[in-house]
Design a protein around this ligand. Sequence first.
Ligand code: ADP
Length: 550
Amino acid sequence: MTKKIFRAILSISLVILATSLLVITAVLYNYFGEAQRQQLRDELRFAAQGTNQLGEEYLKGLSSNRYRLTWIAKDGTVLYENHANRVDMENHADREEFKEALENGTGSSSRYSTTLMTKTLYEAVQLPDKTVLRIAIQQASVMALMVELLQPIIFIFLLAALMVAWVSRRMAEKIVQPLNQLDLEMPLENDTYKEVSPLLRRIHLQNQEIQTKMQMLRYKQEEFQQIISNMQEGLILLDDKQKIISINPSAERLFFADERCIGKDFLTICRTYEMQRALQNAKKHGNAQYQETRNDSVYRFDISCVMSDHVERGLLILAVDVTEQVNAERNRQEFTANVSHELKTPIQSIVGSAELIENGLVKTEDLPRFVGHIRKEATRLVTLIEDIIRLSQMDENKVMPEEDISIRSIAEEVKDSLTDMAEKKHVTLQVSGHEGCLHGVNRMVYEIVYNLCDNAIKYNKDGGYVRINITDSADDVCIQIEDNGIGIAPEYQEKIFERFFRVDKSHSKLSGGTGLGLSIVKHAVKHHNGRIEVDSKLGEGTCIRVYLSK
Ligand code: ADP
C-alpha cells in the first residue's frame, strides 16, 4: 500500500512538474518574444525617421549590424539592404509585412527558417514617399530554445524528481503509518482516520462473530473429547489415507498406543491381516465387522466408511468389548448341552425300570425296589428342574423385591428344613453369631445359606458337624459355614462354582446333587455385590465364607 501511494504521488507530482516546466518555458518565450518585437518596432521608428530625412545615407551610416534593414520601393524592388547586395535580391512585393505596411502604414510578420530552428521577426513601416522600411531580427524558435534548454531542464527535472520522490515516500509512509498501527484485536479502540471507522466497525462485528463461533467450536470439541474419552468402547478415526486423526483412551489401551500415534499410519499400531481386510471391505461396501481376541478379551470391530458429498473422507473404527456376551453365549450353549444330558440320564433310568416292570421281567419281591428307584430318579429330576428354573430366573436379571432381612433368622429356617437330613447322616447342625441384618433379596439369601448347608451335610462324614456362624461388621455380613467333611482338593476349589461341575459325580448323584447348587450361590452372592472365600483341606473339612454388602 505504501508503494502504491508513493507511486501515485510521485507520478502526479512528476506530471505536474513537467507540465509546469513546459508552461513556464512557453510563457517566458512569449513574454520575451513580445518584448523583442516591441524593441524592433522602436528601432524601426528611429530608422524610419532617419531614412525619411537622410535617405540611403542614413541607413549606410548605421553602425549596428544587429538588425537587418531593408528599404523597399513601392513596387517591391529592394532599394537598400544592409546584410546583402540589393541587386541579388528578389522582388519583395509579395512579403506579408510589406503588403500590410502599404495597406495600413505598418505591418508585421514572422517566418521560420527551413530547419524550423530559427524564426525571423519582421516589422515594416510605410514612409511618406510610399516606400517601405523593414526591420528584421532572427530569433531562436521554441524548438531551438527547447533544444538549447534541454540540459538544464533535464537537470532541474531530475533534481526536482529526486526531491519529489523523497517527499512522496515520506508522505506515503506518514499516510500508511496509522493504518499499520491499527489494533485489529480491538478495532474500536483505534484513533485514526474517520474514513476507516466503518471498516473498523465491520472488523469489530466480524471479530465478535468469529469469537462466538470459535467458542462454540471449542465447546463442541471439548464435548466430543469428553464423550470419546469416557467411552468404554475404543474409537479411532482415520483419514482417507488411513492416517490416524483421532483415537480415544480405550482404543489406545487396546492397541498399546498413545496420542503420539496421531498423524501416523494406522498400520503402525495394528498390523493384523483381519483388520486390514476389514478396512478394505469397509471401503468397498461402506461398512465391515469382525471379531478378534485382544488382551484376553474378545472385541467386535465395527468399521464404517465416512462419506461426504459421495466422496470417501475416512474410516471410523469402533471396538466393542463383547467378551461377556461371547462367554454368556458359550455358557448358554454349554448349559443347554449339560441340561439335556442331566435330564436324559434319570429319564432313561426311569424308562428302563418302567419297561422292565411292564414286560414282567421284575420279580414281585423286587418290585418295591424298582418302584423306589423310579421315585428317586423322578425326585432327582424334579430337583434338577427346580434348580434349572431358579438359575434361569437369576440369569434373566429380573428385578426382585428387596427387603430388610435377618440372616440369623434365615439360618435358623434352613437349619429346621435340613435337620432331618442331618440326623439321617448323624451330622450335628449349629447356628451361632450375630443377627446379620441387611437389605437384600430374601429368597436369594435363603438359597445361599441352604445350598451351602446342604453341601456341608451331603459331603460330610458320619457323625460330623456343620457350624453356621454369622458375623456383623460395619460394611458387610459374613456367613461362615464350616464342616469337617470330605474336603475339596485345591485344584477343584475354584471349579466347584461352575455349572454341573462335581468333584465326585457318583457321590453327588447318590446324595441327590445336581451340580447347580454352588452356581446358584455364586449368582446370588454376585447379585448382592458380595464375595466368596473357600478354605478347604481334603479329608479334613471345608469352611466357606460369604460376605454380603449391607
Ligand atoms: P452338587 O449338587 O453336586 O452338590 P454343587 O454345585 O452344590 O453341586 O457343588 C459342586 C461340587 O462341589 C459338589 O459336587 C462337591 O463335589 C463339591 N462340594 C461342594 N460343597 C462341598 C463341601 N462342603 N465339601 C466337599 N465338597 C463339596
